[in-house]
Ligand binder design. Sequence first.
Ligand SMILES: Cc1cc2nc3c(=O)[nH]c(=O)nc-3n(C[C@H](O)[C@H](O)[C@H](O)COP(=O)(O)OP(=O)(O)OC[C@H]3O[C@@H](n4cnc5c(N)ncnc54)[C@H](O)[C@@H]3O)c2cc1C
Length: 457
Amino acid sequence: MSKSTVQLDVRQAMWSRRNVLKASAGVLAGIMGAQWLPSLADELSVPHIVVVGGGFGGATVAKYLKLWGKDTVKVTLIEPNAQFMSPIMSGMVITGQLEADRISFGYDRLRDVHGVTWVQDRVTAIDSVAKTVTLEGTEGAVVEPLAYDRLILSPGIDFVDVPGWDPLKLPHAWGSRAQADLLQAQLNAFPEGGVFVINVPTYPFRCPPGPYERASAVADYLRVKNKNAQVVVLDTQPDIFVENSLFHALYDELGVQYRGNSKITAVNSGQDDGSGRSVTFVTLTRNELGEVTGQSEPETLNAHVINLIPDNKAAPILYAAGLLDANQLWAPIHPLTYRSTVVGKEAIYILGDSIESAQSKAGQMANAQAKVCADAMLRELAGQPIYEHPITTAGGFAALTQTKVNWIGVSYAYDPAANNGAGDMVRTHFASAPEPSEIHWQPMLQWANNLFADTFG
Ligand SMILES: Cc1cc2nc3c(=O)[nH]c(=O)nc-3n(C[C@H](O)[C@H](O)[C@H](O)COP(=O)(O)OP(=O)(O)OC[C@H]3O[C@@H](n4cnc5c(N)ncnc54)[C@H](O)[C@@H]3O)c2cc1C
């Protein structure tokens, strides 16, 4: 498929009210039955809900709080970037099949159509007693702390540090436009006969099939460019854990070298000209329960381009706010409301990739969680019981090669007995494409358009 045929008409979709309604409808049967409006009539006591992070979770919850709560709530969204480039579909930006602008979104629709106040800034601290957030402000400016009645955080992820890692030389390309641009530039300059290494971090991490998909997409891209490249996948897991046979067959076809149980322990980020890059990794041994029991001596592999995706963890602001301890990776919440379960943080809610939950870390999942959270918050503010049977779903589409697209879908339902009786969402359905195919291109574009429109439109 040529580049020109892979153009997302996101703006068109965003202007279509029909698409917005379509995308939001299937997620949460029962939610729209909430009757919160009459008891929130007093304008003087309109609660101020502050949302931190304008990605999939944050933009959706800000929009739906206003869509459903109307003038009964004041919603402020704090996001430092004027444009959010979606990680979803960003693999096609890296392989030059999609312009980054086509998957980048601002906040004008949230502000102008839905009445969300957008503050372009970064939150640096949270005072859960005074109920204020501190903003970074621009240089020299004094910014007053912003007061909230409820605070919702959807700040994405951070990475566990890898010794020797400079992300400006070894891109993760797992979340920002600058990183996607860097990996694209490195692939454009890929040398004849070069080595490309990508790793699969320790599960759970953002977008579980993502690293496997990227490996095949890059291998095919380099094959089409006649680079005679060697592509190596170093997987911390013992074996591919999403669509195992599909990816093994594809890697065989593309000549990708796959190594399970391979954990990166250090890297050499090399020089600006790309020389001197390498990864050091160990081979893990495990017992019959899959627990790691030992490791080999370290091996070092030289490479021309290294797509390093370190183990993921919750975003820094959550640690700074005491919403998890330094030795934890994910912030605990209750999935009927997304309220933090940390004592003293009852007015704080957390969505998306940073949370501790069985739900997969996916943008469509963050979008669905946002609707559960918005509904529960509006009901709570109105003194009404929350809905106790939410369902969340996520889908993932990805171009595995220059021509073939694959998809998977997963859904979860609330189970009060899960998580040792604390309650969690448990997986109820999983589905996938019968096989990667060109016929999934159009559904992929439509799916993405609907999700983007539902989140930012
Ligand atoms: C290659 C790739 C492919 C993917 N494909 C799919 C897919 O097909 N389907 C799918 O459902 N998901 C997919 N995902 C996953 C999806 O992108 C994430 O799960 C989703 O973005 C998580 O949403 P979030 O709201 O938690 O964080 P994000 O969407 O990352 O948003 C976080 C926002 O918070 C802001 N922020 C952070 N800290 C602060 C602060 N202190 N103050 C103010 N703002 C702050 C950031 O600037 C950012 O805009 C993919 C991911 C990748 C990397």
